[in-house]
Design a protein around this ligand. Sequence first.
Ligand code: TH1
Length: 801
Amino acid sequence: MNLTKEQVSQLLHEAAITLFADSLEELPPRQQYQALAFVVKGLAGPTWAAAKHGADERGQKQVYYFAIEFMPGRLLASNLLNLGILEPVEAGLRDLGLDPAALYAEETEPGLGNGGLGRLGSAFLDAMAAVGIVGNGNGVRYDQGLFEQRFVDGYQVELPDDWLRDADVWETRKADRAVIVRFGGQVLLDRDRLGQITPVYRGAEEVFAVPYDTAIIGYHQPRIDTMRLWHAEPVPDAPEVLTAAARARITAITETLYPDDSNLAGQELRLRQEYFFVSAGLQSIVAHFLKYHKSVLQLPKYVAVHINDTHPALAVAELMRLLLDEHHLSWESAWQTTVATLSYTNHTLLPEALEQWPVDLLAAQLPRLWQLIQEIDRRFRLRYTGPFGQLLVDRAAPVVDGQIKMAALAVIGSHTVNGVAKLHTQLLKTQTLKELATIFPARFVNKTNGITPRRWLQLADAPLAGLLDVQIGPGWRTDARDIAALADKQDDPAVLDALIAAKQANKVALAGYIQETLGLRVSPAMIFDVQIKRMHAYKRQLLHVLGILEAYQALRAGEKRPPRLHIFAAKAAPSYTYAKDIIKLINTVADLVNHDPAVNGALQVAFLPNYNVSLAEKIVPAADISEQISLAGMEASGTSNMKLMTDGAITLATLDGANIEIAEAVGTSNIALFGMTAEEVAARRTAGYDPAAIAEADPRLKKSLGMLIDGSLPLGSAGHTIYESLLVDHDEYFVLADYASYIHASRVLDQLWTDPHGWAAVALQNIAASGRFSADDTVRRYAKEIWHALPARGGQEKWQN
Ligand code: TH1
């Protein structure tokens, strides 16, 4: 899209008058941001409108990505970049005396996810638009996203995330596209005039599902996809007047994001959320489809519906309901159509995160779906017990012991199932879902996750992006694989110096932010050692802390080490007390080392509060070390590992999730690996394990563990809890088993740091190898091998003005 900076200025002034009846110069920054966002939305509008019909008219297959979380991050700069107008707009703003970065920072980030799962969904939407796949997000418009995190006395405190206080400029309410979603009541099966069986609903609770659409702009091409998020409201003009309590039950459905993946509290509400966005999405897809096509039997030819983790797995039963009850297909045709339309990604092996619904709960909330799930279960058993035997089928079936296993339902009802990294897919097939993989071996495939280099490199890391343009030309901006050309420069000292300078600039910026936020002065000359991800025992932030305490003792004993700053950012689910204890521990250790003159300047800890996409954009470009230290076999993939590598951090990692593929891509001499493999972990679990003996044999480790309970760290009960988790409760995540090897790998990095060009050469190889983790390629593989939805050929659409 073409735009001059003069046009930018004119459009902005007009928007200021239209929106706020004031001149641009008079507006506070928040309103200046809103005016600019309004202009951008307006520029994209005509193309968005055209894109919505284009695909249907061409008969191009569309993908609907169903996810209970999305984390788009701030959209203004990303939209400007994708529209190809970042430069004229920034020039126009500067001419007006406005600072572009300051305006971008006014945008409230929609925190509609917990972490990697939601961020992946948003990266995929961005990538689909970029590569020309007609993609649609389908999710929930939560009134409140993930809580805002503060630290009080080192403890996590959760504040509500009121992200809609200032209206969200990007969303568009589409009240005319609302649909009704039904819960509860009774279902009677009746025959209609033509003798077809039709369910009659009695006493159901009706909920009005209103979609809010946001444009997902394709990078440098006139292709705009849509993220559709549903909001729950009472049905307007309903004949019955609802009590206040009944209204509240309805609005509760989309009030808050469920901030947990570690246990199933608030079960009923979560189930209602899941059915709500699944039913609303499928109803609107089928209705829209039938505007262009005659028969629902054609659905799989034109529509792919993707189930992102089990949260939308009710799609299997809901699509059956629509095809059977509303479109009167036979069971067999409805089933064929359903399976051919749906596909499923599994994102976790953690037993506590694999959803199961008690039959009573589901039957009460969704009586018709319960009938259909029973029938799916009955037919599954009938069909496969012969060939595979009772025992195996019992383990594979969706309904077992009064529970409905959502992963099983998703696998049975999908044509393809994928894991998110090679190891994860393998463990899925051989362990977690092994019975289903025996029955459906061809269904299981791997699709390793990806990230968008546009956000993490082009936008968040301008110094590195500039360096790449100079060294290898700008082709990498469209095709991330071109970054590989950088590898040839590893012996060029001028390039290495430029790389060091680029990293330094990012570290200076982050150091400023740390000072502002925590009042902690840090030097950009230190090693910035980063661990950013949800707080969880399996991710082993605790191992990182034990590493810090080891360094602390070494420095106090007079050892020399390169100065290191340990940077953490992480939220703990509010009900996950152990994770909150680790937060308290990190903050307490930070207090100790940051105030001890004996280690002055050589060791510091910064725990930045309120981790979200925007904070990651500040931390990732400044990182020297990327800590990816989960217990092998636990992290499905990880994606911060890919972002940090892209921006030139060196990975300190176990052989877990996508770390294995990162090691393959960079070569083992360019990554610091340590710890047990997934196989070794499994063997150790069987053999038995004595963490106390390990602690006893290592004086420094023993001292660090003692510090948890001897009063040297004022931790309250958290110290004892953590101590006992390791030494009394058998250290479930093998922190102590991997400790010595972790310390060793970390010391190898200390050694490398003493040779700046040596370090920079390794960082350079990481950047050069990062191209294969671009989400653009990942969604191309999904499109080709799962969705069978090929990108539109070029030239089919034009910018509309
Ligand atoms: C994450 C995985 O932990 C991570 O390894 C992976 O890279 C990411 O998904 C994207 O594939 C998950 N987040 C959640 C969140 C919930 C439930 C399951 C998972 S798996 C609520």
